[in-house]
Design a protein around this ligand. Structure first.
Ligand code: SF4
Ligand code: SF4
Length: 126
């Protein structure tokens, strides 16, 4: 059976911690209870693949109030020199908080279904 993307992600984390876990390991090679034996592993766990909806940002509409940057639980918004540069989707779970806190009059972030992007991204990977 092919491991799910979540199992693959968990295996990736555990392979960094425990080099004895083989590259082709399966869910049965994960520690019982999925125990994470040390801190700082969150960076290796790309939670962005949980996302079913994606924030789409409009640079033109954005007033750089930084509410998205402040409230995002995954620290996904990139700011430089007081200006929002965009969103890094690696850890973005698509919770929609950024779109909710973006001022209603500005409406610089819209949430779109991931399926809208899948065909384009698949074409790029070919
Ligand atoms: S959808 Fe959630 S996780 Fe993604 S950028 Fe917005 S606030 Fe952050
Ligand atoms: S909350 Fe909206 S207007 Fe404010 S910085 Fe983020 S995208 Fe721009």
């Amino acid at each position: 059976m092919t491991p799910s993307s979540q199992t693959k992600n968990l295996l990736k984390v555990h392979q960094v911690i425990d080099p004895e876990i083989e590259p082709n390991a399966g869910w049965g090679d994960l520690p019982i209870g999925g125990v994470i034996p040390q801190g700082g592993t969150a960076r290796q766990f790309a939670t962005g693949d949980w996302r079913t909806i994606r924030p789409v940002w409009s640079k033109e509409k954005c007033i750089n109030c930084h509410r998205c940057w402040l409230y995002c639980p995954d620290i996904s918004w990139i700011s430089q020199d007081g200006k929002i540069q965009g969103v890094d989707l690696t850890f973005c779970k698509g919770c929609g908080i950024c779109a909710n806190v973006c001022p209603a009059k500005v409406h610089a972030i819209e949430m779109h279904p991931e399926d809208d992007f899948k065909s384009n991204e698949a074409a790029k990977e070919e």
